[in-house]
Write a protein of this length. Structure first.
Ligand SMILES: NC(=O)C1=CN([C@@H]2O[C@H](COP(=O)(O)OP(=O)(O)OC[C@H]3O[C@@H](n4cnc5c(N)ncnc54)[C@H](O)[C@@H]3O)[C@@H](O)[C@H]2O)C=CC1
Length: 540
């Protein structure tokens, strides 16, 4: 074995032990460790994975988490659902029943739904795509239904016909009054149980928006003919996530009661929900809260982890690198992000990408760009000091290589963090697929981590790094003359333009950075031959 350990400057913190088969690495922030036996945290000592890594296999585990659907995906999904909604005895309904029966069993009573579920037709005609929406929507819908039933109620069949609109239609009816709805819902929730107020941040704007998206997703997914496994896993994951707020089982009952009451309140001025819609609503809400509760209950891992800030670096005036040591090592996959709470903003949780792979020392690193007016970033930037204790909830994220296929990474600004975590982890394997990292910044001096990337590229033959900057020269406020980037190839232009020279057929394409870049680079990747399912982003 030829060992090449070193201690680099700046942010670089990588030590390599080069073997005949390739390069493995162990690293710590300050000191390089040339130790061929370093096993990553996800491979328990003595496990088959650890043995596979020792034998040179690329042993990154498969992802477990279901991603949160993006707002766009939700909207598309939802539109499709409203067009072809139907309620049936689907897997989702079975889940509702199991969840309700499980609750009953824990309460010691007989299951409520021993037989079949509600006799709602399994399929029906599509809802009217021209269905009127804002404010007058509900009233108009009721008028339409009444006219089809006779003004003073109609046949059982007619009631069934409008019940087919079901949950997707309730979601559509809520949309025009979404803001008032979520305000009313949380006011009702906190009135029912004032202790809940202390678990959430003072500013509920983000929460209300997120809650609405979740509700919309659930209410439009349930009537779908398939995809219920994903929905159940999504809700279970959401329940696991919500453990960080300290929610108890009773809180879920309160939430269910508040939600049902608030939906009824929306329909109240328009004649109220009929019995079938009310039953459908209750089932949907039971599914939502029941599966979340089950997900939370069945997770044996701690709801929160803690880590202490040990170092805050400022590679350039617009960027903080925060390093922490956790009480207990965090379990995550390289490339993932973690829900984070800082002491200056209690009860506020934000996703941050981990810039190091998991390690037994519990070392964590985050790259945080100061965003003018940014809620968390500016606080971290101005106020974080060594000794601060940060808390962490669930980890998420799907950025990862896939088998032996070549990988192209597109990292814009601090979008480099998850890529660096993956690359450091890969450098511990003897065999890796070829990786081409394109890292972009506004100007050369903003390429903040070239000091780490240059030695990583120099010692790992499978890795190629290309830097891309929009401008050729640095802004006036960047006083430190930047030179580290000169160790790696540099192109000028946009990151997306730089992709135009690549053939991405058969490549796994991982993209991280500003939202605009995620969108533009995803389109460019597909245009350059990548299969859409191989283009992976994690919009934070
Ligand atoms: N997993 C992820 O997707 C991660 C995302 N981030 C996010 O990345 C962002 C990084 O911000 P900064 O460092 O200030 O980046 P920046 O604004 O300095 O831009 C970095 C690079 O992205 C390109 N870019 C920016 N906007 C673009 C657009 N609309 N279309 C095409 N290219 C675009 C720029 O040309 C530049 O090459 C933050 O918003 C952060 O939240 C950070 C870490 C992980």
């Amino acid at each position: 074995m030829t060992a090449a350990g070193f201690r680099a400057t700046g942010l670089a913190a990588t030590g390599f032990a080069t073997t005949a088969r390739g390069a493995t690495a162990c690293w710590t922030w300050g000191t390089a460790i040339a130790a061929p036996g370093c096993a990553p945290l996800w491979a328990a000592p003595g496990s088959a994975e650890a043995a596979a890594i020792a034998n040179g296999a690329n042993a990154m585990p498969a992802p477990r988490a279901i991603p949160y659907p993006s707002l766009r995906r939700w909207r598309l999904f939802r539109k499709a659902a409203i067009r072809r909604t139907s309620l049936g005895s689907s897997g989702a309904w079975t889940a509702i029943r199991s969840s309700r029966n499980a609750q009953d069993e824990t309460r010691g009573s007989a299951p409520r739904d021993p037989g079949r579920m509600y006799s709602i037709p399994a399929s029906g005609g599509p809802t009217d795509p021209r269905f009127p929406r804002p404010n007058s929507g509900i009233a108009t819908r009721r008028r339409m239904e009444r006219s089809s039933q006779g003004e003073h109620g109609g046949s059982r069949a007619a009631v069934g016909a409008h019940a087919r609109h079901g949950l997707a239609q309730i979601a559509a009816d809520i949309e025009p009054v979404a803001d008032d709805f979520t305000k009313g819902l949380f006011a009702r929730l906190f009135a029912l149980d004032p202790s809940l107020r202390d678990l959430f941040p003072a500013n509920m704007t983000g929460h209300r928006a997120t809650f609405l998206r979740v509700l919309d997703h659930v209410f439009t997914s349930i009537p779908q003919p398939d995809g219920h496994d994903d929905l159940i896993e999504f809700l279970a994951q959401l329940g696991r996530d919500h453990r960080k707020y300290g929610l108890t089982e009773a809180h879920y009952d309160t939430m269910a009661a508040a939600l049902i009451a608030e939906v009824h309140a929306v329909y109240e001025p328009h004649g109220g929900l009929d019995d079938e819609d009310a039953a459908v609503l209750e089932q949907g809400v039971q599914l939502l809260t029941g599966v979340m509760r089950g997900g939370a209950h069945s997770d044996p891992t701690p709801a929160r982890r803690r880590a202490r800030v040990v170092e805050v670096l400022r590679p350039h005036p617009g960027l903080s690198v925060v390093r922490l040591v956790a009480d207990e090592p965090l379990l995550f996959r390289p490339g993932q992000y973690v829900e984070t709470q800082i002491p200056q903003m209690p009860r506020v949780w934000r996703p941050l990408s981990l810039a190091m792979p998991p390690n037994t020392q519990g070392q964590l690193e985050f790259h945080i760009r100061a965003v003018p007016g940014g809620y968390l970033s500016s606080t971290v930037f101005g106020e974080t000091r060594p000794g601060d204790v940060w808390q962490f909830g669930q980890v998420h994220g799907l950025l990862r290589p896939d088998g032996d296929r070549p990988v192209t990474m597109i990292a814009g600004g601090t979008g480099l963090a998850p890529m660096k975590s993956i690359l450091l982890a890969m450098s511990m394997n003897a065999n890796n697929p070829d990786v081409h990292l394109l890292v972009g910044a506004r100007s050369p001096g903003l390429l903040y981590d070239s000091e780490s990337l240059a030695p990583l590229a120099a010692t790992n033959p499978w890795l190629k790094v290309t830097q891309v900057t929009d401008a050729r020269s640095d802004p006036w406020w960047l006083k430190r003359p930047a030179t580290a980037y000169r160790a790696l190839p540099l192109r000028h232009g946009s990151l997306v333009d730089a992709m135009s020279r690549l053939d991405l057929t058969g490549h796994r394409v991982l993209i991280a950075g500003p939202r605009g870049l995620l969108r533009a680079a995803s389109e460019a990747a597909v245009a350059r031959g990548a299969a859409p399912e191989d283009v992976v982003t994690d919009p934070l």
